[in-house]
Structures are given as structure tokens and as C-alpha cells.
Design a protein around this ligand. Structure first.
Ligand code: ZN
Length: 87
């Protein structure tokens, strides 16, 4: 089973997963990503997925941002409880 990860998707479609160069022209077409910084070429969707994964891993390695993650998990659990009660 996969793990659902919430990550900001802003600019992921135009950011290079290799060198993190971010520019609109990196998005050569709907399907093709071509980095104008390092020349990295990839499927646009898989490049965006790698960008998001990289952001997520960096965030997990930063203890200072742990509080944000814990705060976000509490409302989700409460929601689940409410759903069970009303069912
Ligand atoms: Zn690049």
C-alpha cells in the first residue's frame, strides 16, 4: 500500500528534479520537461513527481518543521472519528 503524502505542488511542473532550476520554459510541452539549466529531459509528470518527493524528503529531514506535520495530523484523526460516529 502506498503512502499518501501531502506536498505543495507549486511550480513542481516547471522545476527541474535534478538541479531545481525553476522556469516556465522548462516545460517544453504538456508531456515533456526539458531543463534549461542542466539539460535534464524527462516525462513532465515523472519529473514533477520527483520534485515533490525531493521536497517531502527534505522536509522530513528538518526537525524544525515537525510541529507543522503533527498539527496537520490532528484534524485528520478527528475527522475520521466524526465519520465513524455518524455512520
Ligand atoms: Zn536541471
Amino acid at each position: 500500500m502506498g503512502q499518501l503524502v501531502k506536498e505543495r505542488a507549486a511550480y513542481s511542473s516547471q522545476t527541474c528534479a535534478v538541479c531545481e532550476h525553476c522556469a516556465p520554459e522548462n516545460r517544453e510541452s504538456q508531456a515533456v520537461f526539458r531543463c534549461h539549466g542542466c539539460g535534464h529531459i524527462a516525462n513532465a509528470d515523472s519529473n514533477a513527481a520527483r520534485v515533490l518527493l525531493g521536497r517531502y524528503e527534505r522536509r522530513m529531514n528538518r526537525p524544525s518543521l515537525d510541529a507543522e506535520g503533527k498539527g496537520m495530523s490532528l484534524p485528520a484523526k478527528r475527522q475520521l472519528g466524526d465519520l465513524r460516529l455518524s455512520a
